[in-house]
Design a protein around this ligand. Structure first.
Ligand code: AP5
Ligand code: MG
Length: 208
């Protein structure tokens, strides 16, 4: 199954992708995670990506498309993949058309006004990448899955989140109509418990 997860910053793409990957045994490919790994390792891609990500802007298309193309050529993608955070504009969507055939584009739909609180309260595991929200951690600062420390993403501050939401409105939201016209779009209500969101996701995927 070749899946694209569409959704605004903080809609729960990463959360749902990780559940899908576990249930359907296909790799979860997040361009944001790939960039953050490169930033941590101070690679040339990381240096370029950081200057954009810190501001909440998109990393240039040529860099991003090349990364995805190379990743999708790896062996573990032969039986399917979940793309989380790619494509993010029409140019990337057109490039993806030439790289892979999609089975479904899942839009995780959450009112944009809910997202500031989700993102500024997010904490991420430095070991396995699992996402949490401070409101459910009860002061704990370690991961329930692997025990490693949690941290706050550098782009989860109020100013950068505002810019990310604006970039989403301008560049990524138009992909909803783009994929509707290609009859690939399915929407799930992302403004409910993550387990309920996943029930909807599963029902879409099991009926493909
Ligand atoms: P990226 O890492 O993709 O960030 P994003 O799109 O802004 O999305 P997030 O990862 O912040 O949110 P999410 O939807 O994964 O939500 P999550 O599950 O964590 O990209 C970062 C940057 O990299 C971009 O700004 C850009 O600069 C660059 N980049 C990446 N891809 C690019 C591309 N293709 N082209 C160019 N540049 C690119 O959940 C969020 C929070 O909500 C968590 O705290 C979670 O616990 C909580 N939560 C999750 N589900 C629920 C629920 N159902 N109810 C309540 N809370 C929930
Ligand atoms: Mg994410």
């Amino acid at each position: 199954m070749n899946i694209v997860l569409l959704g605004a910053p903080g809609a729960g793409k990463g959360t749902q992708a990780s559940l899908i990957a576990e249930q359907y045994q296909i790799p979860h490919i997040s361009t944001g995670d790939i960039f953050r790994k490169n930033i941590k390792e101070q690679t040339p891609i990381g240096v370029v990506a950081k200057s954009y990500i810190d501001k909440g802007d998109l990393v240039p298309d040529d860099v991003t498309v090349e990364i995805v193309k190379n990743r999708l050529e790896e062996d573990d993608c032969k039986n399917g993949f979940i793309l989380d955070g790619f494509p993010r504009n029409v140019y990337q969507a057109e490039a993806l058309l030439k790289i892979a055939e999609l089975d479904v584009v899942l839009d995780v739909d959450v009112p944009l006004e809910d997202l500031m609180a989700r993102l500024t309260g997010r904490r991420v595991c430095s070991g396995c990448g699992e996402s949490y929200h401070v409101s459910t951690l009860g002061g704990r600062n370690t991961c329930a899955k692997c025990g490693e420390n949690l941290y706050q993403r550098a782009d989860d501050n109020e100013q950068t989140v505002s810019e990310r939401l604006e970039v989403y409105r301008e560049n990524t939201q138009p992909l909803i109509d783009y994929y509707k016209s290609k009859k690939l779009l399915k929407s799930v209500n992302g403004a409910q418990d993550k387990e309920k969101v996943f029930d909807e996701v599963r029902s879409v995927l099991d009926n493909l």
